[in-house]
Design a protein around this ligand. Structure first.
Ligand SMILES: [Mg+2]
Length: 144
């Protein structure tokens, strides 16, 4: 989409959100290499870096680190932020818009299930929904 927009001179910015476990897949790095090769400065990738995937800790399942150096070596502008800090998120998106000649990745360090005591940093919650009681507790905790 980012390449098509460039070729058609549409001026469209493309945003792509990736989970960190997803970065273990080869197609991600093929796409990253292409984005850099075609100088897709209209592409902004956001990595949800919670270090958890369905099978457990990302660095135990298949170590993807150091993410910043990997993306840099693939020709990306790298911005690392606290993914729970809205000010940092806004600043990162604004900075990404100013980058010329290369794609940008925002590596957002996050905590899965943040704000819900029994969900925080628990890989189990990657692929299941809370039951009625858990939902009630979660909503109460999030409203505090
Ligand atoms: Mg993850």
């Amino acid at each position: 989409m980012a390449l098509a927009s460039k070729l058609d001179h549409e001026g469209v910015r493309v945003y792509c959100i990736c989970g960190d476990g997803e970065l273990e897949e080869g197609q991600i790095w093929e796409a990253a290499m292409s984005a850099s090769h075609y100088k897709l400065d209209n592409l902004c990738v956001v990595v949800d870096n919670n270090n958890l995937q369905i099978d457990g800790q990302v660095d135990k399942v298949m170590n993807i680190y150091p993410l910043d150096k990997k993306f840099k070596s693939f020709g990306f502008e790298v911005i690392s932020i606290d993914g729970h800090d809205i000010k940092q998120i806004i600043n990162a998106f604004n900075k990404a818009k100013t980058v010329k000649g290369k794609p940008t990745v925002i590596i957002a360090k996050t905590i899965k299930g943040k704000g819900v005591s029994f969900m925080e940093n628990v890989a189990d919650w990657h692929g299941k929904a809370p039951n009625e009681e858990e939902y009630k507790i979660a909503m109460e905790e999030l409203q505090k």
